[in-house]
Design a protein around this ligand. Structure first.
Ligand SMILES: Nc1nc2c(c(=O)[nH]1)N[C@H]1C(S)=C(S)[C@@H](COP(=O)(O)O)O[C@H]1N2
Ligand SMILES: [Mo]
Length: 419
């Protein structure tokens, strides 16, 4: 029997099976500068590069040909160095598989947990083009204060997470060649991209447009990484992602990968590494990617390692109603401090929990897949929850509400009716 859905381009996947693709947002020149990953549609651990999320905070750097590329190592080093692409590739290479999650991933759920209202859906697709860089324009007639409801409507913050395989060299090896002076404490990582930070993402995460934000003017994207994390053998300068050379949007020719810490540490389009004896107050370190109770909280701290988290990819609210019978509850779990050791599932809104099966893996930083066979005999309404624990014994959630709504690792229930 001819099955029409099996005709066509079978190398690219059966046409009846929707190919998992990013959910993009474009700039005014039609270039993708922001994209969410189709996390609910993925079938393994490595997010295909076509489907990996993308974030550019400033104006995306111009593409740099590998032959024209170099970066420098400066500051508190014995010997300042300049590396070109070939010189970097001559160092011993290393491959690290890790989950990368944007600090703002699922931030909407913080808002929902606090304020109630309809539960944000991971399926929500951004209709508007433009991303946040176009949202804060003069359209509303005032000083760039975008309408917060428009922003939330236009830019979902879910699905900003991907699993990937990164190949490059250890940052540690590069630092050793330059010779780090004993007084150095931080590694200032600077990208080739420049711009003046747009306040809209802060409005987006706080849900407020009346916040005083210190304007740093035009800057390069930069971070001041703790020397200790920089020397971790899994912190690398990567030139390849998922088996192919880096793509421009992901930071080609060379980017930093800092496993376990939220994506903003993984500086793309690396331009400079500067050794410092203090924590430089980079905009995306001390103003934007921070955990605290409010913009003036004296105890606010930079976002660093992620908490411990699980998401349910099946079923989702939109699958309701389900039939009485057997269903597979499954998803991903990851942690900023190492491997996931346990995932528990509840189908009674957290009254009772049972262990899920966690797929074995030797990759410490990569998310794990987990599943749970659910036999449901009684009709009714069910609230499904998942709860992950990591090798440090941390159970979700770890991250309390914070004004920037970063590092959300709370438990998001799935509501289904069984008929
Ligand atoms: N130079 C530079 N590096 C950057 C950014 C940026 O805007 N410029 N965005 C950061 C943020 S917020 C995240 S979440 C990750 C996203 O990496 P990806 O676009 O490859 O997924 O890159 C980080 N590195
Ligand atoms: Mo991010």
């Amino acid at each position: 029997m001819a099955r029409p859905e099996m005709e066509g381009e079978w190398i690219e996947g059966w046409p009846d099976r929707k190919k998992a693709r990013i959910m993009p947002s474009k700039d005014d020149q039609g270039r993708t500068i922001f994209a969410r990953a189709p996390v609910l549609e993925l079938g393994g651990l490595t997010t295909p590069t076509d489907a990996s999320y993308i974030i550019a905070q400033l104006n995306m750097a111009d593409p740099i040909h590998p032959d024209d590329y170099d970066f420098q190592v400066t500051g508190l080093v014995e010997k300042p160095l300049v590396f070109n692409f070939e010189e970097i590739q001559q160092l011993p290479s290393v491959t690290v598989r890790t989950t990368m999650e944007c600090a703002g991933d699922d931030g909407e759920y913080f808002r929902w947990q606090k304020d109630g209202g309809p539960k944000p859906s991971r399926l929500k697709v951004q209709e508007e083009q433009g991303g946040w860089n176009q949202m804060a324009g003069e359209e509303d007639g005032d000083d760039g204060a975008a309408n917060i409801d428009e922003i939330f409507d236009a830019i979902p913050t879910t699905c900003l997470v991907s699993g990937g395989e990164w190949t490059g060299v250890r940052l540690k090896d590069v630092l050793e060649l330059a010779g780090v002076k004993p007084e150095a404490t931080h590694v200032h990582l600077v990208g080739y991209d420049e711009g003046r930070p747009d306040p809209t993402p802060i409005y987006l995460s706080t849900g407020r447009t009346d916040i005083e934000i210190e304007d740093p003017g035009v800057i390069n994207y930069d971070k001041a990484l703790d020397l200790e994390k920089a020397l971790d053998p899994d912190t690398i300068l990567a030139w390849a992602q998922n088996g192919e050379y880096l793509r421009h949007v992901h930071g080609a020719p060379l980017r930093v990968i800092v496993p376990g810490w939220s994506g903003n540490w993984s500086v793309k389009w690396l331009k400079e590494i500067e050794l410092l004896d203090y924590e430089k107050p980079c905009y995306y370190q001390t103003q934007y990617f921070v955990l605290g109770e409010g913009p003036d909280d004296p105890n606010k701290v930079p976002c660093k390692e992620l908490g411990v988290k699980s998401i349910i990819t099946n079923p989702i609210d939109e699958d309701s109603p389900l039939k009485v019978g057997t269903h597979r509850i499954c998803g991903y779990a990851w942690s900023g401090l190492g491997a996931i050791t346990r995932v528990e599932v509840s189908t009674d809104d957290g009254e009772s929990w049972q262990d899920a099966y966690v797929e074995p893996s030797s990759d410490r930083w990569l998310w794990r897949r987990w599943s749970f066979k659910w036999d449901v005999h009684e009709k009714g309404n069910y609230v499904i929850k998942a709860r992950a624990t990591d090798e440090e014994g941390r159970t979700q959630p770890q991250t309390p509400w914070n004004f920037q709504m970063k590092h959300f690792d709370g438990i998001v229930p799935v509501d289904v009716e069984v008929v």
